[in-house]
Write a protein that binds this ligand. Structure first.
Ligand code: FES
Length: 432
């Protein structure tokens, strides 16, 4: 399903890699994370190469709603409870720097600065707790109304000076000076040498895996630390324009942002491979509250979810010092992609960010979500149905809304004909 964004922007194409090369840094993955890392590293003076298995921006980047914000749901009171107020403050600082870095990119990104509003339809007390933590860590926040929304709310918090962009225009703004190879899939990584599917090699001092879900199973146990999640977006015309961006405090809640004469509404999220309503949840909201609206596009997002709600950015694993990773953005990939770019650039030029340790991929895994992930994987592995997922062998489930085979274990997805749509699997379904 084409996203809303691809209708207005065409990205340039790049050749496949035809000969062996050397670079300071190789980035695997030409989505927003990989390209922002390349952009920041190149600005810092490093020689960087990006390889992409398909075409740049063809994965989750083209299916975001592109809200860039320091406020990732009602996240700070949860981080403070788990890790303390100091870590909550550092997490806020990282997000704030990421937001500032977007403002520094030159070019036509359709960038707009506006308020973000975190609202709850039922639980004002959650916002009260969140607000207390935000005030304690020095974040700007205040109570507001949400009179632009077509329903009443129990409470709403205004976070000023947030940002929204056109994600593909953003890519166009950062790629002009980058070395990019498309249709170049990585087959193997041995030390500092990476071999591609067509037999060419890249030798690099450092390698960043920016493939949404990390595809190397041997290191880092990402198949335990991550699961994937789908959410469904509608582009809607003929609605009263919204000045601010909105997102709901609860899991799988609604979000709203204006883009030109369209309203983007997201809802109906669920773990990839589990039953869900598809676009029906967002559609019901639109039909009920905007009876004159016209739905002009539908697209779905695929998000990697970490165990504790904080991304994994840093060393891929203890025993692979040259290898780095950026993943687990929990639905806030626009902000976290830039956080990853700033953090990894700081690491690789020897000027680490003060908040680097917050994102360390080797931090504790002992969270309730781990038991859920393990339980889901074990249950799905012993389910005796076909087809099976080529990643680690779980039973795939049919997603009727999107006509795809989806894996509940780690979120790989395949078309009706077995073509790979989303990793961590790296190939199509076997025939027969
Ligand atoms: Fe891991 Fe399917 S994605 S088994």
């Amino acid at each position: 399903m084409d996203s809303f964004w691809t209708k207005s922007v065409t990205l340039p194409s790049f050749p496949a890699m035809k000969h062996d090369i050397r670079a300071d840094v190789l980035i695997i993955g030409g989505g927003l994370t990989g390209l922002l890392c390349a952009y920041q590293l190149q600005r810092a003076g490093l020689d960087v190469v990006v390889v992409e298995a398909n075409t740049i921006g063809s994965g989750v980047t083209g299916r975001t709603t592109a809200k860039i914000t320091t406020q990732h749901g009602a996240c700070y009171h949860i981080v403070a409870k788990r890790y303390g107020m100091h870590v909550a403050r550092q997490y806020y600082e990282a997000n704030r720097e990421a937001l500032e870095a977007y403002n520094a990119i030159e070019g036509d990104l359709d960038l707009k600065t506006c308020d973000g509003v975190l609202f709850s339809r039922t639980h004002r007390e959650v916002l009260e707790i969140e607000r207390n933590v935000l005030c304690a860590i020095g974040a700007k926040v205040e109570w507001t109304d949400a009179a632009e929304l077509p329903f009443s709310v129990a409470g709403a918090l205004r976070i000023p000076h947030q940002v929204q962009v056109h994600p593909l225009k953003l890519l166009n703004a950062v790629i002009p000076t980058l070395k990019i190879y498309e249709h170049t899939r990585v087959r193997e990584i041995r030390g500092n040498i990476v071999t591609t599917d067509n037999g060419t090699t890249v030798t690099a001092e450092s390698i960043i895996v920016a493939t949404h879900f990390p595809f190397l199973n041997r290191h880092g146990a990402y198949f335990l630390k991550l699961y994937q999640h789908r959410a469904y977006a509608l582009a809607v015309a003929n609605t009263p324009p919204l000045e601010r961006m909105y997102w709901e405090e609860k899991d799988n809640g609604l979000t709203f942002r204006q883009c030109g004469d369209h309203l983007l509404v997201v809802g109906g999220g669920h773990r990839t491979g589990k039953p869900g309503l598809g676009w029906k949840a967002a559609e019901q909201v639109v039909r009920h509250y905007y009876p004159d609206a016209r739905i002009t596009a539908r697209f779905a997002t695929q998000d990697c979810m970490s165990l504790d709600g904080i991304p994994y950015i840093g060393r891929y694993a203890k025993h692979s010092p040259q290898l780095y990773v950026a993943t687990g953005f929990n639905g806030w990939g626009m902000t976290s992609s830039m956080t990853a770019a700033l953090l990894l650039t700081g690491e690789l030029i020897g000027k680490p960010k003060p908040w680097t340790s917050v994102f360390a991929p080797d931090r504790t895994i002992w969270h309730r979500q781990l038991a859920t992930n393990v339980g889901e994987t074990l249950k799905t592995m012993v389910t005796p149905t076909v087809p099976r997922c080529p990643h680690l062998g779980c039973a795939l489930k049919w997603n009727a809304a999107e006509r795809s085979w989806d894996c509940p274990c780690h979120g790989s997805r395949f078309s009706e004909n077995g073509k790979l749509r989303n990793g961590p699997a790296t190939g199509d379904l076997k025939k027969g």
